[in-house]
Design a protein around this ligand. Structure first.
Ligand code: SF4
Length: 233
C-alpha cells in the first residue's frame, strides 16, 4: 500500500462505534463560530511530506479543529501553536494553518496521531487506541525509508509511538523509557542494518499546557530545532 491508499482506507473507517457516533454528532451540532461550515467528521489522515524525515505524533483530532477541517492539527489553538513553531524552525512555509487550500506546505515533516477520530473529552479508551494502532504503524512503515526523527507530543503519543516502533524491530529498551519533555532516545533497527531513528519527547501543544506556561514557544522550538538538526535540515 502507498500512503495515498492508506489514507483512502483510513477515511472510511468505522471500526469504533463510540467515536463514529461522536465525530458525526460534533459535525452536526457544530460550534457557533463555525455553523456555516461543513465539518469533516471522519478519520483524519496524516498531513505533510510523504518523504518526511521527521514525524510529529500527537494524540487525536480535536472536535472543532481537525474534526472540522479534516487536516491534522488544523483549526484550533493547539495547531496554531505547533504550526507557528514549525515555521520558526524552517519546517513549514507559513505560520498559520487554517484549512485546505491555505497554501501550507511542510518541508520534511509529517503530522500523525495514534487515534484518528475525535474522542469525547479527548480520551480514547484502551480498546479504541488498540484498534487504531495499525494505521500509525503502517504509516511509520511507509515513511521508514526517509524517517530519521519522531517527536512525540505527550505521554500517549510517546507510548503509542514506542509500542509501534518496538513491534517494527526498533531497539526500544525494556522497560519502556517513560515520557518526559526533552527526552531523547536513540534507536537502532534490529535487522543489523545502518538504520537509526531518534525519538524526542515534548509536552503536548494543548492550551492546557501552553496557556499555563508549562510548554512555552521556546521550549517547543528547542525540541523541533533538535529534530531538524538530527534530520539534517
Ligand atoms: Fe477507525 Fe481509528 Fe477512527 Fe477507530 S479511531 S474508527 S480505528 S480511524
Amino acid at each position: 500500500r502507498t500512503l495515498a491508499e492508506l489514507d483512502a482506507h483510513l477515511v472510511s473507517c468505522r471500526a469504533c462505534p463510540r467515536l463514529v457516533a461522536w465525530r458525526e454528532q460534533v459535525g452536526r451540532e457544530k460550534r457557533a463560530a463555525f455553523r456555516d461550515e461543513t465539518y469533516w467528521a471522519r478519520p483524519v489522515p496524516g498531513f505533510g511530506d510523504a518523504r518526511a524525515s521527521v514525524v510529529v505524533v500527537g494524540l487525536a483530532p480535536a472536535a472543532h479543529g481537525a474534526n472540522r477541517t479534516g487536516r491534522m492539527f488544523t483549526g484550533d489553538r493547539s495547531g496554531d501553536f505547533l504550526f507557528a513553531a514549525l515555521h520558526r524552525c524552517g519546517l513549514a512555509n507559513q505560520p498559520e494553518s487554517t484549512g485546505r487550500g491555505d497554501g501550507m506546505v511542510l518541508d520534511g515533516v509529517r503530522l500523525v496521531a495514534p487515534v484518528r477520530c475525535v474522542p469525547p473529552e479527548n480520551r480514547p479508551t484502551p480498546q479504541e487506541r488498540r484498534r487504531c494502532a495499525p494505521y500509525l504503524a503502517r504509516e511509520l512503515e511507509l515513511l521508514a525509508p526517509t524517517l530519521r526523527v519522531a517527536v512525540a507530543l505527550g505521554a500517549i503519543g510517546w507510548n503509542a509511538l514506542l509500542g509501534s516502533l518496538s513491534e517494527q524491530g526498533w531497539s526500544v529498551p525494556r522497560p519502556r523509557p517513560r515520557f518526559a519533555h526533552g527526552a531523547e532516545l536513540a534507536l537502532q533497527h534490529l535487522d543489523g542494518g545502518p538504520r537509526r531513528l531518534t525519538v524526542l519527547g515534548s509536552y503536548h501543544v494543548s492550551p492546557h499546557n501552553t496557556s499555563t506556561g508549562r510548554l512555552t514557544p521556546s521550549m517547543l522550538d528547542a525540541v523541533l530545532g533538535r529534530a531538524a538538526t538530527l534530520a539534517g535540515h
